[in-house]
Design a protein around this ligand. Structure first.
Ligand code: ACO
Length: 372
């Protein structure tokens, strides 16, 4: 065995880049984008403005906000041939699989001379259209073309449902919460792809494939499915204690960096509580009971709700089906993925870690005789 190297399982505690995009204090539960606390941004900003902040390092002035808003609005349409291809996809294909595949297809239709930033804005504009079109195709509904006059988040809800629901500002703010989160698994995977000098479509395809997993962005779908299985507050205790005694992970809890309440989950919970007092919000009481038990039982391991625990309750309020939840995450996180790819490339070096070999050595080749 090669003993000159240490294995950092899951790269825990390893820094792979220097970045000015976001800062996380996992002990205090703080998240900061380019120097601005997340609480300040969700209160006062909106998707287009915060996306500009992440990409360009400072908040936009009036001309700059007009520029980013109109770029994101004008680039929403998909090539007709891609829409035709989407219509031929199997109707039971998972939305994240569709998103990953269509982003890859778009790579073949892109202008070769576009900059990475232009491509990043272009893809960010198109992802909501891919998601909404797949929702409509899957449900045999006529497609609703994008409307340039609408904000990024409103246009998405309009393309999904033909109208903008009440409290749509909360959907916009939820996108802000998901824009960026340091060197998480999908950002790391896509930064590795960027480090090989591959194209933006390959970078984002890598990121979407990584986000899809249930230990990462795929957890939001699993959380809502868990609430559906639990059905009522009375069933929470037996359900959760069964998971605990089977040593199964409880979806929507735990985080590599946050060892306290995830600030994004705290904000989402606060919004949902407010909505719950005004309107019919499904699963909130179940969630509160699950949270109470998990925090109590895992006190020593410091396991708290993460962003995926409460986001699904909000998306469900907007009638978005649970299998589409992780695509909403991707719709926002593309901003962070592309910002990291561009930042890393300024001082690029290909990622090339190593594994420690513990297999046999010195074996001699012997021809295996086939059976005649
Ligand atoms: N339920 C029960 N136990 C848990 C949970 C959980 N959700 N999360 C961690 N633990 C336990 C582990 O079993 C482990 O216990 P042990 O030391 O006795 O073996 C200990 O806490 C440490 O957990 P790890 O899995 O080693 O922590 P890691 O940092 O590798 O993983 C992760 C973090 C993947 C988020 C993990 O907490 C998890 O699987 N959570 C559930 C899935 C989830 O919600 N993912 C979304 C994360 S947020 C995001 O990606 C957007």
């Amino acid at each position: 065995m090669d003993i000159d190297f240490d294995v950092k399982h899951g790269l825990e505690g390893v820094a792979v880049a220097i970045s000015s995009i976001s800062y996380i204090d996992g002990e205090k539960g703080k998240l900061v984008y380019r120097g601005f606390e997340i609480e300040d941004l969700v209160e006062n900003s909106h998707f287009e403005e915060t996306a500009y902040l992440i990409w360009f390092s400072s908040l936009p002035n009036e001309n700059e906000i007009d520029f980013i808003t109109s770029m994101l609005a004008k680039k929403r349409t998909l090539p007709k041939k891609i829409i035709e291809m989407m219509k031929s996809f199997p109707k039971n294909a998972h939305p994240m699989g569709v998103l990953r595949s269509v982003v890859s297809l778009l790579g073949m239709y892109s202008k070769k001379d576009s900059s990475t930033l232009e491509n990043a804005i272009n893809l960010t504009a198109k992802i909501p259209t891919i998601i909404a079109y797949w929702y409509r195709i899957k449900n045999n509904l006529p497609l609703i073309p994008p409307k340039e006059s609408l904000k990024h988040s409103e246009n998405f809800l309009y393309m999904m449902f033909g109208e903008i629901p009440k409290h749509s500002d909360l959907f916009d703010k939820a996108l802000i919460l998901h824009l960026e989160q340091g060197m998480n698994a999908s950002t790391f995977a896509s930064t590795v792809t960027a480090s090989t000098l591959s194209d933006i479509y390959s970078i984002i395809t890598t990121a979407i494939g990584t986000l899809k997993g249930p230990l990462h962005g795929g957890a939001n779908e699993k959380v809502l499915n868990m609430f559906k299985e639990i059905k009522s507050v009375e069933n929470v205790e037996p359900y959760i204690y069964t998971l605990i005694s089977n040593k199964e992970k409880i979806m929507g809890f735990g985080h590599r960096i946050y060892k306290t309440y995830d600030p994004r989950a705290k904000i989402l919970k606060h919004w949902i509580k407010d909505l719950f007092l005004k309107d019919n919000v499904e699963y909130f009481e179940i969630a509160l009971k699950v949270e109470e038990i998990v925090i109590k039982e895992f006190k020593e391991k410091k396991i708290f709700p993460n962003v995926d625990f409460y986001s699904g309750i909000l998306y469900n309020y907007f009638n978005i089906p649970s299998e589409f939840f992780t695509t909403i995450f991707a719709m926002a996180r593309i901003v962070g993925w592309t910002a990291h790819a561009m930042e890393y490339r300024k001082n690029n070096r290909i990622f090339r870690p190593r594994s420690i070999y513990n297999g046999p050595k010195g074996l001699k080749y012997k021809e295996v005789k086939g059976v005649e």
